[in-house]
Design a protein around this ligand. Structure first.
Ligand SMILES: [Zn+2]
Length: 376
């Protein structure tokens, strides 16, 4: 999930919005406004809408606080955090590494629901101090706003504690299973299975309620179940991949025998005779036998086709000092993260300032395929 609108930086973490966030912000504002018209019929339209908007904004502030709490625990435990993105289904903190031990995983997971619960509890406590007595609806604008924020945050805390991966509750469950079994891989499988069972349960329950007359509420539960099922599969696959590649270094899978092309070659000839004929995506560009740059279909696509016959490979190559590099002893998982982040298919492997090889997504895929074939 990449943020498309940057909001700013808190504690060194970038906060951003994904476009899909606007849909949910609008839905929440609309439903708050219609709630207020039921519970506070004396209010004017402008008061109702103003308060709905302020409440929605504060709610998203509370989601940022929730994600920030995950991020701060991760940072305190030495895991780098890149950013927090708000999107249609809430927020997500991009933590660049998986927790290395069960305890870190546990605290990283549980701190979010604790934060939301505390925010909710404080909001409700202030509302009561202002004279609110449940189950009445407060008629004071400030009290009404705080009461909704209180309920929403507590609901958020409870929802996040559903023990389905990748929800916080799933992480907590995984941490506990990890701690008991001492086996991260098994813990992942257990947490993913429990998550799938719960997600299926929600889909079945939602559909049953829908046909039982619950209408939109039933569909909503089914939709969340479907989302959880999808997310459980994806994050299980991600964790399984990290585990499969645990201990594998760039030097193990890189191709040391990279293809080269002379920098003086004509671009058109290079495309026709090398690129489309061999199917290789990445060539190292040499001048007098010295590696100076890299060329891939990406660099060539940036040049108009009509210009190809007037350019040399050296003209369009990406010089080695501008190419993303990794060291041979970098873990493959990290190299994959760099490729995903920079949207690249390959990285140059540099040893002592010299090009030692090229690592591509294809190299990693091949390794995984071979292992799957032999079931090791
Ligand atoms: Zn969370």
């Amino acid at each position: 999930m990449k943020a498309q609108i940057k909001l700013g930086r808190i504690f060194g973490v970038d906060i951003g919005l994904h476009y899909s966030w606007f849909i949910i912000a609008l839905l929440i504002t609309l439903s708050l406004a219609s709630q207020f018209s039921l519970t506070n019929p004396d209010w004017s339209d402008s008061l109702r809408w103003t308060l709905a908007i302020i409440t929605a904004v504060l709610f998203f502030g509370a989601i940022v606080a929730h994600e920030l709490s995950h991020a701060l625990v991760a940072k305190a435990r030495g895991l780098p955090v890149r950013s927090i993105t708000l999107f249609a289904l809430g927020g997500v903190a991009q933590i660049e590494k998986e927790a290395a031990d069960a305890k870190t995983e546990f605290w990283m997971g549980i701190i979010g629901p604790i934060t939301s619960f505390v925010i909710g509890f404080v909001c409700l406590a202030i509302t009561m101090a202002l004279g609110w007595r449940p189950p009445e609806f407060p008629q004071q604008p400030l009290s009404a706003m705080l009461m909704w924020l209180g309920y929403i945050n507590i609901a958020l805390a409870i929802f996040n504690m559903i023990p389905g991966f990748p929800l916080d509750g799933g992480r907590v469950l995984r941490a506990i299973a990890w701690w008991i079994t001492g086996d991260a891989k098994r813990a992942t499988t257990i947490a993913a299975r429990v998550g799938q069972v719960i997600a299926f349960g929600m889909i079945v329950l939602g559909v049953m309620r829908f046909f039982g007359g619950a209408g939109f509420n039933g569909l909503w539960i089914a939709f969340i179940g479907w989302f959880l099922l999808k997310a459980a599969r994806e994050s299980h696959a991600q964790v399984a991949l990290n585990e499969a590649l645990h201990g594998v270094r760039v030097a193990d899978v890189m191709s040391p025998d990279y293809a080269t092309v002379d920098g003086h070659s004509n671009l058109q000839t290079f495309v026709e005779e090398h690129l489309v004929r061999t199917g290789r995506r990445c060539f190292i560009v040499t001048f007098n036998g010295q590696a100076e740059g890299m060329i891939t279909p990406n660099e060539i696509k940036a040049i108009q086709r009509a210009q190809w016959s007037y350019k040399t490979v050296g003209d369009v190559m990406r010089p080695l000092n501008q190419v993303q590099k990794v060291a041979p002893n970098t873990p493959v998982v990290e190299a994959l993260e760099v490729m995903a982040r920079e949207d690249l298919n390959q990285l140059a492997v540099i040893r002592d300032g010299q090009l030692a090889g090229v690592i591509s997504r294809g190299n990693v895929l091949q390794l995984l395929r071979t292992r799957a074939e032999l079931q090791v």
